[in-house]
Design a protein around this ligand. Sequence first.
Ligand code: CP
Ligand code: NVA
Length: 306
Amino acid sequence: MKHLISLNDLSIEEFEEILKLSEKLKRQLKEGIQHHLLKGKTLGMIFTKSSTRTRVSFEVGMYQLGGYPLFLSSNDIQLGRGESIYDTAQVLSRFIDGIMIRTFKQSDVEDLAKYGNIPVINGLTDLMHPCQILADLFTVYEHKGKLKGLKMAYIGDGNNVANSLLHGCAKAGMDIAVAAPKGYECDETIIAEAMETAKVTGSKILLTTDPEEAISNADAVYTDTWVSMGQESEKESKIKVFTPYQVNGQLFSKAKEDAVFLHCLPAYRGYEVTEDVIDGPQSVIFDEAENRMHVQKAVMALVMGS
Ligand code: CP
Ligand code: NVA
């Protein structure tokens, strides 16, 4: 593994290796066993969008690996004033050992990797959120003891999270049903990539506009905000379109009785999900948030370690 830009780039073995190492590092941390796999290494973390979980989990994770995280807000670095990705990649490659970037365009992440000579980790773009989905699948694995053969239902916007979830479930051999309104479906290229992977792993993919069809028989139910970062001007129109896609108690009751509820957070209670579901006994949202750190430590160790 050289980078983590899209889950589609991972082989099934690499995908499984990340989850295995995540489990080990999480256990070692709880047992107080140090694991300085990145001793003395530096991770630059470029953010052109806000973050709570991604920033804190990468930063603390890097410390736990014996390394040093460097927070680079686009407000402060020259990238935000128009310096090219090419020059930024070249310069950063002379100072640091890896880059995590959260930004708008997927192509900027790809270009950083192409023009620099250090590993690049995608911390969210408009198109994908691979680290999030690794944490989500690891969380489902912890709660259910397996992934293969289970069913994930994603209800809501066919956004970055939904796109990476398609990639991830297909890699894991998990069935996935996505219910999104017309005009807000997942990315076509990503759907095609997930379908290719599914042929190998045996996962079944269903794309529908009907939340009840998607949630039926689901082992895990996932939703995300209706208004992603950068879409603030569409808020009113999106609320109208997405109201029938709210994950409330009535809809959630159509999943399997022991289904877990997932949300990448930040959540907007009363919009994409109601309190009874997100704060109810089947919600695993804070395990998911915690697991961001464990899986990202595994990813950093695999791409930046020697
Ligand atoms: N889930 C997630 O990526 O959260 P942040 O935006 O807080 O990083
Ligand atoms: N879809 C959301 C995810 C936030 C972690 C966004 O892009 O804003």
